[in-house]
Design a binder for this molecule. Structure first.
Ligand code: AOS
Ligand code: ZN
Ligand code: ZN
Length: 424
């Protein structure tokens, strides 16, 4: 491996005494109110899955400017996630997309995953592109298509994705449905929903007993007039009708501007129906900006609800994933930043004084409630994250270590400058 334990230790050596001072400082402010060891344990346990399609340079409609050294195979994608995990010890899972990531030899892939300390998070199906050998086209939809034969092809694909996932030890399927319409009158909304539900039923019935299916929603794109699963309500309705193994998935970029995502989180968790998360950030919608780069307070408020839900509801454990695809930054650097932003928001939510917040809310102390949240958000918890990483054997500063050991240059040396990874 390009990075080994010794490298991480070396990278940490020079920063250690500064870190210790900063952490001790923070500790003295926090430790009378909080059990810091318990918080650090939570931070160490928190694992965010890296999507296979985020490891290369993504495209736009206009161009694709590769950065070099991109992973060309599933093995190389796993290797890159292994690098991220080595640096932060918070990215111990990869989310695969079929057919971009077909595991030709599952046994070997499982072995590689265990060497790299990785698990397989949700597997993703793809009925938003026509494959070369496909009999039918998804131009007019997949699970909602008017033609039963096309629907069957899409259903069979999803079943096949489950089977691939089973071979690897994955426990969930994420369905993001691109079905929709771009012109008023094109679709019968009711019929499109009913057909989608029936198709999902057949997929649901193929799930192993300990599996879940996550239903993602999105208000627009690729279609510009309607999407069959446009919002959390539609996703929840489908999940509710399907049964216990079906849950909604919230992708932060899949909301119209100013949507109160934290309230959606609270509602879905109250119903025990929140299954997973796709983290990113956006200015306009689905822009795949770096997590926390634009609306960190919103991210904190979302985590505040997540933590409250994890404490006070019976919602099943969540599947945490990043969903992004970058065409300007080094994808590995971006993913390191993203995971860090997620952990920071989580840590901030963990130091919210929940008892006091509840009291303030129950007594209509609006100012008090706001103060409690802002106090947590405005505290600099970066030394706490660094300490959690140090204890886990990761780098105090993952991006600094990544640059210090010239990881990208080494990847370019190995793989070449003109490499294109699969994805969008
Ligand atoms: C698309 O907008 C969604 O966010 C999906 O999660 C999709 O499957 C993923 O982005 C890979 O294309
Ligand atoms: Zn997504
Ligand atoms: Zn998306």
């Amino acid at each position: 491996m390009i990075l080994n334990d010794q490298n991480i230790e070396d990278a940490n050596k020079s920063a250690l005494s500064d870190h210790q001072k900063q952490y001790d400082n923070l500790k003295s402010t926090l430790s009378d109110k909080h059990d810091l060891d318990a918080i650090i344990q939570k931070l160490k346990d928190f694992q965010v899955a890296i999507p296979s399609w985020a490891l290369g340079t993504g495209g736009t409609r206009f161009g694709r400017y590769g950065g070099g050294g991109e992973p060309r195979t599933l093995e190389e994608k796993m290797y890159d996630v292994g690098l991220i995990h080595k640096l932060n010890q918070n990215s111990g899972a990869i989310s695969l997309h079929i057919p971009w990531d077909i595991p030709e030899n599952p046994e070997a892939i499982r072995q590689l995953a265990s060497n790299l300390n990785l698990k397989f998070d949700a597997v993703n199906s793809n009925t938003f592109q026509d494959q070369e050998d496909a009999k039918y086209s998804y131009k007019y939809g997949s699970l909602s298509h008017v033609d039963a034969a096309v629907r069957q092809q899409a259903i069979d694909h999803n079943k096949e994705v489950i089977d691939y996932g089973k071979d690897l030890g994955s426990k969930s399927l994420t369905v993001w449905l691109a079905d929709g319409s771009s012109h008023p009158g094109q679709n019968n909304f009711r019929k499109a929903f009913e057909r989608t539900y029936e198709s999902l039923q057949e997929i649901y019935n193929h799930l192993p007993a300990d599996w879940k299916v996550f239903i993602e929603y999105k208000p627009y794109e690729p279609y510009f007039y309607s999407m069959v699963i446009q919002d959390w309500g539609t996703s929840h309705l489908l999940a509710q009708k399907l049964g216990d193994k079906a849950l909604s998935l919230v992708d932060l970029g899949h909301h119209l501007p100013n949507t109160n995502i934290e309230q959606i989180v609270a509602t879905l968790m109250m119903q025990n129906k929140l299954g997973g998360f796709h983290f990113n950030d956006s200015k306009f919608g689905d822009d795949d900006l770096t997590v926390g780069s634009l609306k960190p307070y919103q991210l904190f408020l979302i985590f505040n609800e997540l933590v409250d839900g994890m404490l006070n509801t019976s919602n099943p454990d969540l599947s945490w994933m990043i969903d992004a695809s970058h065409n300007m930054k080094d994808p590995l650097e971006d993913l390191l930043q993203s995971v860090d932003a997620i952990l920071l928001a989580y840590a901030q939510a963990l130091v919210v004084d929940r008892k006091a917040l509840d009291q303030a809310q129950e007594s209509n102390d609006i100012t008090g409630a706001q103060e409690i949240l802002q106090n947590a958000y405005r505290m600099d918890l970066r030394p706490l994250l660094a300490e959690a990483r140090r204890q886990a054997g990761a780098a105090l500063n993952p991006i600094k270590a990544y640059r210090q050991f010239k990881v990208r240059d080494q990847l370019i040396d190995e793989r070449g400058l003109k490499t294109i990874s699969t994805g969008l």
